[in-house]
Ligand binder design. Structure first.
Ligand SMILES: C[S@@+](CC[C@H](N)C(=O)[O-])C[C@H]1O[C@@H](n2cnc3c(N)ncnc32)[C@H](O)[C@@H]1O
Length: 236
């Protein structure tokens, strides 16, 4: 529908995006998933309308979790498979990542995942306040150079918006292996009035949460000798 497209397109143009959207051409099978499965589970944003995640699932779900920048989609698919009573939204901009996510969803026949194959900030701007129970931001692009700091997903504007969207008692999970981003996260999130860091001992940030699995990016980080950090913040 033209109205839907122009709404999403206008919002997309409002945000400058610096990462990669396209890589190598998709293999035939993945292109098929892009053409057939994606239209069935992609979220349509309507200009001026607020999106309530509960409306995306029938019957309604117990809770709604969002993963921002799901990469290959292995963590999203794992969480969706072990939490069938939760409705999941996954956001990713990189075409090969979206295709990989789709193949995980198809292989496991997951009915509780919807995708926003676009900039997560466009979705965040449209979501209904207090409609998310948990948000994952796993290994966001670190943009370690100081002059690129304003590109980091963790920033006051995005945190303010996430604070509006996550219910009291909900959770924001952030992982990073980049020392600059780890420090940046700790400088920005625990000082935000809405978020409280849930950590008491080093294992709380050095061990991956038990219910999570290793993502492709985490694996690469460990192989390269970098130390992944896992932060859990409770929405006050
Ligand atoms: C370093 S990768 C990590 C991927 C995955 N979370 C993992 O742990 O393997 C960061 C991902 O975030 C995606 N990304 C960056 N900015 C985004 C945005 N504004 N909205 C949605 N995805 C984004 C990138 O395309 C990339 O796939």
């Amino acid at each position: 529908m033209a109205g839907r497209e122009s709404g999403a397109e206008k919002q997309r143009q409002a945000f400058q995006f610096y990462g990669r959207r396209k890589g190598r051409p998709l293999r035939k099978g993945r292109q098929f998933l892009f053409d057939e499965l994606l239209p069935r589970i992609a979220i349509s944003l309507i200009e001026g309308e607020t999106l309530d995640p509960a409306r995306l699932f029938a019957p309604k779900k117990r809770a709604y979790w969002l993963e921002i920048g799901f990469g290959g989609g292995e963590h999203l698919a794992h969480q969706a498979a072990v939490n069938p009573e939760v409705g999941f939204i996954g956001c990713e901009v990189f075409e090969s990542g979206i295709a990989s996510g789709l193949s995980h969803i198809a292989e496991r026949n997951l009915e509780n995942v919807r995708l926003h194959p676009e900039d997560a900030r466009v979705l965040l701007a449209s979501l209904k306040p207090q409609s998310l129970d948990r948000v994952f931001l796993l290994f966001p692009d670190p943009w370690p150079k100081r002059r690129h700091a304003q590109r980091r997903f963790v920033n006051r504007g995005n945190l303010d918006r996430l604070a509006e969207l996550i219910v009291a008692g909900g959770e924001l999970r952030i992982a990073s292996d980049d020392p600059t981003y780890v420090e940046w996260t700790l400088q920005h999130v625990p000082v935000h009035p809405a978020f409280q860091w849930q950590a008491e001992t080093p294992s709380d940030w050095l061990d991956r949460p038990e219910d999570a699995i290793e993502t492709r990016y985490e694996k690469k980080a460990r192989e390269a000798g970098r130390v992944p950090h896992f932060f859990r913040f409770r929405r006050r």
